[in-house]
Design a protein around this ligand. Sequence first.
Ligand SMILES: C[S@@+](CC[C@H](N)C(=O)[O-])C[C@H]1O[C@@H](n2cnc3c(N)ncnc32)[C@H](O)[C@@H]1O
Length: 287
Amino acid sequence: MRLRDALDHAARRLREAGIAEPRMEARLLLEAASGLSAVDQIGDPDRSLDEATAAAFEVLVERRANREPLAYILGEKEFHGLVFTVSPEVLTPRPETEILVELVRECLPDPAAPLRILDIGTGSGCLLVTLLTLCRGAYGIGTDLSFPALRIARHNAERHEVGDRAGWVCCRWADALCGPFQVIVGNPPYVTTSELAVLQPEIRRHEPRLALDGGPEGLDAYRALAREIPPLLAEDGIAVLELGRGQGGAVAGLMREAGLEIVEIRPDLAGIARAILLRKPAQPTVA
Ligand SMILES: C[S@@+](CC[C@H](N)C(=O)[O-])C[C@H]1O[C@@H](n2cnc3c(N)ncnc32)[C@H](O)[C@@H]1O
């Protein structure tokens, strides 16, 4: 079969299945099946695909037409300039989560300073691994209730050569740990249970429910984190949490009740309050 015919057929199949950018995704799937880059494909559209390659391409196209996330099919997703291994055991890293990395970076003037970082609900490890690549003097711990997720996170730490500065703990939030940590980050599950049913099929059918379901109001994880963060956070430390749409006020209230100070709530590019920066209030100085 000619490459251009296989590509046309795949793009049509993906368009019918409701994929927003069918041609671009068809090219990526063809690259995964054949090893031919987009440049190779564009440069020689009349080359013929052997039978095994054409069959492998068709399998990938069918998986995508079944609305399996492209990242799971390719096995990789880019986050903050690094490529992470992903599988259906972990949430695929989202671009909006990069705000957490930026907030932490802005708060740490010396990237080489020694510090301890905690990533609660690490999933693929994208937050902790990225922070460790940026903070060369840091040691970090990632927690998750999902043991298979921690295996992927550890693999990603090794992939990005920070494995010797990372530890992985399977526990509920951070209940197996002692502080203090100078930096605590977390992107907890925050989708309300009722919203889960109407999410796009890629998320609803394929991403791990444990990574998404935040309970009836989407706030269950934040309630747990409001209890867990204060005793683990260093006196001069910061905590940065991702927020679901419309959750800024409620999460700020929970954290304030837990004795934390709200330093900033930062919007994402769409103007949605996406991350909350917290610290411990300054202690009054004794004269
Ligand atoms: C929204 S995902 C975030 C994953 C990753 N940090 C990211 O930003 O892509 C939430 C993560 O929390 C984990 N999780 C859910 N409940 C947990 C719990 N009770 N204790 C620890 N981790 C939990 C899930 O397995 C999932 O990996």
